[in-house]
Design a protein around this ligand. Structure first.
Ligand code: BES
Ligand code: MN
Ligand code: MN
Length: 462
């Protein structure tokens, strides 16, 4: 049987077309209007796992969207890799900002992806990255080179907090037992410089509601005499950061692990250009917590951000009104050791305590999860690094990411296994944004690198 490089060359058109078919199904987990599409996607994933050579494939029902589980056990005495990914995607809106429709995938060349990238919602996050694992398995089965057991667990609720997956994992520890968990749902530094994600931030997501008068009022007749919920809400939100952009919630930083100067110096070695960063975002300056660099601000430091804010009149023209209510959705990105439930409580208490008389405030917690950090001396990390070194020609750099995959901390707690985050996306791939895309180079490089991870993981486990 040919090696992986020739196998990819021969089958790449089919690999791309199969992914394109999967991307056509709008599996938006946040919007129940797409419920049938989410379920159809789980069926499509199941079929592809079966075709790739899994012996046992099943759709596991949960209180929410189904989890696709599959396995190929070649010898119980050998190590087991558990692959996790998600088949749900973010909502596509604002749809008018897409240069081609989000669920009609097309390949376009970009400056960063001269070989072309597939433009579609979910192409990078996470259908494309998840599908690399299915094609890598196909190769290993076809070439008789699968060196260990493999289990797949692909969920449909990652983008809305993985509630059903927590339910599933706590009930199926035996079924999911493994030696390492392998995930491609993060990014790397660039197509020339691979990196392995060694940390993820935690998350606490809340919605706040400020209520003033019992109905919308004429802003002339009542203006100045009653509290305006939008004025109040924005003032409350503004007070959550001080002049150094520190978060003002009491005890918020209590459990934050400070990195040593050595660790920070190590982090600063990763290639990064502030000029290119600003240029890519059309910014004339950066922003953030005093005393930290951009790369520290977006990875090892906690944050508090408004994700959406609404209330009052936002239609065409002008309507003079003092709204009865104002709302905001707020996320706090947390670092390892900060407990997301404790932070949610601290936020709630503080936010209610700063409400002025004249309004009522409610805080509704949405979802959250713990952060994660993983050592770089584990067998899994070393195997991943050897795999990247071989396919990219340079070793991977360990990088703490600012994103969150809350389920990773739960895997460690419930399954007692470490996770290796082998991401192949780029920050510029616009995940969660209009015009999300995934480089053809990245997709095929992922398929090429994954079988090497298996090989080295088994070799180093001996
Ligand atoms: N794949 C992302 C997380 C990610 C992306 C981590 C890039 C590191 C680098 C995941 O699908 C995601 O979007 N997670 C959410 C959290 C979830 C609870 C909604 C996030 O980070 O906002
Ligand atoms: Mn993802
Ligand atoms: Mn996502």
């Amino acid at each position: 049987m040919e090696n992986i490089k020739t196998y990819i060359q021969e089958h790449k058109d089919r690999f791309i077309n199969e992914l394109i078919e999967l991307l056509k199904i709008p599996s938006v987990s946040a919007d129940t209007a797409y419920a049938q599409d989410v379920i159809a996607t789980s069926e499509a994933v199941k079929t592809s796992l079966k075709k790739a050579g899994c012996d046992h494939v099943e759709i596991c029902d949960t209180p929410g969207y189904p989890i696709v589980y599959a396995e190929k056990i070649i010898d119980p005495a050998l190590p087991t890799v558990l692959v996790y990914g998600h088949y749900d995607v973010q909502p596509p809106n604002p749809i008018e900002l897409w240069t081609s429709p989000p669920f009609e995938p097309v390949i376009k060349k970009t400056e960063i992806h001269p070989e072309g990238a597939i433009f579609a919602r979910g192409s990078c996050d996470d259908k494309g990255q998840m599908y690399m694992h299915i094609k890598a398995l196909e190769y290993m089965v076809q070439s008789n080179t699968l060196p260990c057991n493999v289990k797949f667990m692909i969920e449909g609720e990652e983008e809305v907090g993985s509630k059903s997956l927590s339910w599933f994992v706590t009930r199926n520890q035996e079924k999911l037992s493994c030696d390492v968990i392998l995930i491609s749902d993060t990014g790397m530094i660039s197509n020339q410089q691979p990196s392995i994600t060694t940390g993820l931030r935690g998350l606490s997501y809340v919605e706040v509601e400020v209520t003033g008068p019992n109905r919308d009022l004429h802003s002339g007749l009542y203006g100045g005499a009653v509290a305006n919920p939008i004025n109040v809400l924005t003032k409350m939100i503004a007070s959550l950061h001080d002049e150094n952009n520190h978060i003002t919630i009491p005890s918020f930083y209590d459990n934050v692990t400070e990195l040593s100067l050595e660790e920070r110096a190590e982090m600063a070695k990763a290639p990064f250009s502030l000029e290119a960063y600003k240029k890519a975002l059309d910014l004339n300056d950066i922003y953030g917590e005093k005393g930290y660099t951009t790369n520290e601000r977006n990875s090892i430091r906690p944050t508090l951000d408004v994700n959406g804010i609404w209330g009052g009149y936002t239609g065409e023209g002008a309507k003079t009104v003092i709204p009865s209510q104002a709302f905001a959705k707020i996320s706090m990105r947390l670092v390892p050791n900060q407990d997301w439930e404790a932070i949610t409580t601290l936020f709630t208490q503080h936010f209610i305590s700063i409400a002025p008389a004249g309004v009522k405030v409610k805080v509704k917690p949405h979802h959250g999860g713990q952060g994660y950090v993983t050592p770089i001396d584990s067998i899994g990390y070393k195997a991943a690094n050897k795999a990247y070194t071989e396919t990219f020609g340079v070793p991977a750099i360990p990088v703490r990411s600012g994103g969150s995959i809350p389920i990773v901390a739960l895997f460690e707690k419930e399954l007692k296994s470490k996770t290796i985050l082998m991401g192949f996306g780029l920050d510029s791939d616009a995940i969660h944004s209009p015009n999300e895309h995934f480089g053809i180079f990245n997709y095929l490089k992922g398929i090429e690198t994954i079988p090497l991870f298996y090989k080295y993981f088994v070799e180093l486990s001996k």
